[in-house]
Design a protein around this ligand. Structure first.
Ligand code: ZN
Length: 427
């Protein structure tokens, strides 16, 4: 019998992590510990999609390919999905990093016109080309570290024109870069300086103008709000999310990051796809999220960089059946592109096991951006977004920290990173 022809075969993986079974609904509770490991595993790819997964011996009986990657002594798994980044901005804030070390708090810095507001000033001044150039560099680093799908939020423009400019940069970056970008409108990231004394008027600008323009131009899939004491309260957040929903933008929410404001409850009420941070959420709020199956996107890198004494209670969330995902929160106060470092922090600071953290950074993260049918696991028909790691088993994610374990990245069936830190710019 003639063998089936594949475009690419990855074989002999010491562990092939399929992370199967989470396409229809996120992996919850104990099922987060089951990575669907195939020892001595292979995956076959054709037309950018997975056509077979199994033991190498069995796959080689059925399938042949002229392109073969030998993954002996390596882990093969789906590319990381990063479900929460603030990808597009100008400048950096290392000065504030030092101020925080010396004792200033994030909210103090924001009140003094620093933090988000400083980045807003610089982003407004930057041209589309300048923003695109810096965005490209970030995406290259993300790809080299194994991320193949990334959610990106606007939110450093805070005028209609500048918000649209940042969303346009995402669209251009998505067209030219191997990483898939999922765009989120976050006009409600901060109250800009010019509305300091009349924040409700800024909320009106978002609901009556920005959302309409973003939706008509189809520039975003989600609408997000920074619901926090001193930023947008629950009532303002509700108004914005409802208006977004009316125009087809699915709700997301920065919730309960610094204070218990009822963000988790609001996320459940809005049937949000996800709520993020959740350091101070109540048990009732988390239960309501579990019921609605709203994904908790946990961002331990942000808590780490802000030197918070508290991290989100991931163990409690897993116990309550809340779908848990992990993201970098890449932004000027948390300048990290690597989901590998986030996995280490999740293990050590939130006591997630490596397996739970891997599920959270792949299939559950795919749910947080409405891509679970396409990415996040290695199953038949899914996109061939695959990473090969210099690691004998999956526990090396988390355990070996602060270095890049990625050996190869395959995006849509094409080899786009070959060897650590060597991005194939011509591909
Ligand atoms: Zn954020």
């Amino acid at each position: 019998m003639a063998k089936e022809e594949a475009d690419l075969l990855i074989e002999n993986a010491s562990e092939l992590l399929t992370i199967r079974g989470g396409t229809e609904k996120p992996l919850l509770g104990k099922s987060m510990r089951d990575l669907g490991v195939i020892r001595d595993g292979s995956v076959a790819i054709r037309n950018g999609r997975v056509i077979a997964v199994g033991k190498t011996e069995k796959i080689k009986e059925e399938i042949e390919s002229s392109e073969i990657i030998d993954a002996s002594e390596k882990v093969v798994m789906p590319g990381f999905v990063d479900p929460h980044t603030h990808l597009v901005f100008a400048g950096s804030r290392e000065d504030e990093f030092e101020m925080r070390i010396e004792g200033a708090s994030y909210m103090e810095i924001l009140r003094r016109g620093g933090g988000i507001l400083k980045t807003v000033r610089e982003t407004r001044r930057a041209s589309k080309e300048e923003l695109l150039e810096s965005c490209r560099k970030t995406l290259d680093v993300m790809l080299e570290h194994g991320t193949t799908t990334v959610e990106a939020k606007s939110g450093y423009g805070l005028t209609t024109k500048d918000e649209l400019k940042c969303l346009e940069v995402m669209k251009l970056a998505n067209e030219e870069h191997p990483i898939e970008i999922v765009p989120t409108f976050l006009g409600a990231h901060a109250v800009p300086a010019e509305y300091k004394d009349n924040p409700d008027e800024y909320v009106n600008l978002i609901t009556d103008e920005m959302i309409l323009k973003v939706a008509t131009r189809k520039q975003a899939e989600f609408c997000d709000v920074f619901c926090e004491k001193g930023v947008f309260d629950v009532e303002q957040s509700r108004r914005i999310l409802l208006k977004g929903k009316e125009h087809g933008l699915k709700p997301k929410l920065h919730a309960d990051e610094m204070t218990r404001l009822g963000g988790a409850e609001l996320a459940a009420e809005m049937q949000a796809v996800s709520a993020e941070h959740l350091l101070f959420s109540s048990d009732d709020g988390l239960r309501a999220m579990a019921e609605q199956r709203a994904v908790a996107v946990l961002l331990p890198g942000a808590a780490f960089m802000l030197m918070m004494e508290r991290y989100a209670d991931a163990r409690r969330m897993v116990e309550l059946g809340v779908p848990v995902a992990l993201g970098t929160d890449y932004n000027p106060s948390c300048l990290v592109e690597s989901q590998q470092i986030v996995i280490s922090l999740a293990c050590l600071q939130m006591r997630m096991t490596p397996a739970e953290a891997i599920v959270a950074a792949t299939i559950n993260a795919a749910h947080a951006v409405n891509r679970s049918h396409d990415v996040g696991s290695l199953e038949l028909g899914k996109r061939a977004d695959i990473i090969v790691l210099n690691a004998p088993n999956h526990r090396f994610l988390g355990y070996r920290f602060g270095v890049n374990l990625v050996d190869k990245v395959i995006k849509d069936g094409r080899l786009v990173v070959d060897g650590v830190g060597r991005f194939k710019a011509d591909s």
